[in-house]
Unconditional design. Structure first.
Length: 298
């Protein structure tokens, strides 16, 4: 007994006529009769009887027709789902994003993607860079900040994306807020510092910058999240470091201080797990991100 035989039988049960069933299935009448003969041999008893120009199902045939119809409907649904995926009418996309892109870029990207593909279900997961890299097996695409690292799963493609500036933030009453709002790492290191938690992309960039400059770091507080850093700086715990884009809608209580003599920048990257065979939704989201980057760069 094969799925094709059952689907053929479902058509015969629906039309109660072998010729019309053959037309519906785009098969010849002998081909349909052959499928029915093989199916009856499997059951060892008649499934239908000739009646005039049509057929009448036996009690066994009536019961089998119920199962055959379920199989046919499932087969049709599977084909419809395949066709919908090809046209991006349906599907699921799981997006991972580290803190900064999750908070300040992903909402706009998701809104754009949803407008284009409204029936694709979106799931998001956020965390720091290390957490998102560790979770790559459970997402279709990921946006991360800072160094990518070398311990990525096999078949993961890395696409360099946007650049972002890391800035120091101080309360408006701080001495560094009164001058040109630029400071060297040595000058910043003379003050207590507020750093993100271990694994944060911003923290990795800041620590590497201080190490290259051979500047000391007086860490007063480690705290999770961008908003946590901002609140700690407002509370007078020290100088914090955040992405410049996280300050776009900030009020006047905090001031930006650029790093001198050159700005401190880092690269955002897009990671595509299963790069040899990405889902259609992941591929479309990647294309949208790269197009957004081209507009931003232009």
């Amino acid at each position: 007994m094969t799925p094709d035989q059952l689907i053929t039988f479902a058509a015969v049960a629906e039309h109660r006529n072998i010729s019309r069933a053959a037309e519906a299935l785009h098969l010849s009448q002998p081909a349909v009769s052959g499928q029915l003969r093989l199916l009856q041999e499997e059951f060892g008893e008649p499934l239908y009887q000739r009646e005039g120009r049509g057929v009448r199902l036996t009690p066994t045939g009536e019961q089998l027709a119920t199962y055959a119809a379920h199989l046919r409907d499932t087969w049709r649904q599977a084909h419809a789902y395949r066709d919908a995926l090809r046209g991006m009418e349906r599907g699921t996309l799981r997006i991972g994003a580290s803190t900064t892109p999750a908070s300040y870029l992903l909402p706009y990207l998701i809104a754009d993607f949803h407008q284009r593909y409204p029936d694709v279900t979106l799931h998001t997961a956020d965390g720091n860079t290390s957490e998102i890299v560790a979770a790559l097996a459970s997402v279709d695409i990921a946006l991360i900040e800072g160094p990518v690292g070398s311990d990525l799963p096999l078949d993961t493609a890395v696409h360099p994306w946007r650049e972002d500036e890391i800035v120091a933030i101080v309360p408006r009453s701080h001495p560094l807020a009164q001058g040109p709002r630029q400071a060297t790492l040595a000058e910043l290191g003379a003050w207590p510092l507020v750093l993100r938690e271990a694994g944060s992309g911003v923290r990795q960039v800041v620590e590497r910058a201080f190490a290259r400059a051979a500047a000391p770091m007086r860490v007063a507080l480690e705290i999770a999240g961008v908003e946590g850093v901002k609140e700690a700086v407002r509370a007078g715990m020290g100088i914090g470091f955040v992405s410049a884009m996280s300050m776009r809608h900030e009020g006047t209580a905090l001031c930006l201080v650029s790093l001198a003599p050159e700005p401190c920048t880092r690269r955002f990257s897009i990671l595509l797990p299963h790069a040899s065979a990405p889902s259609r939704a992941a591929q479309r989201f990647l294309e949208l991100c790269m197009a957004e980057h081209d507009r931003y760069a232009g």
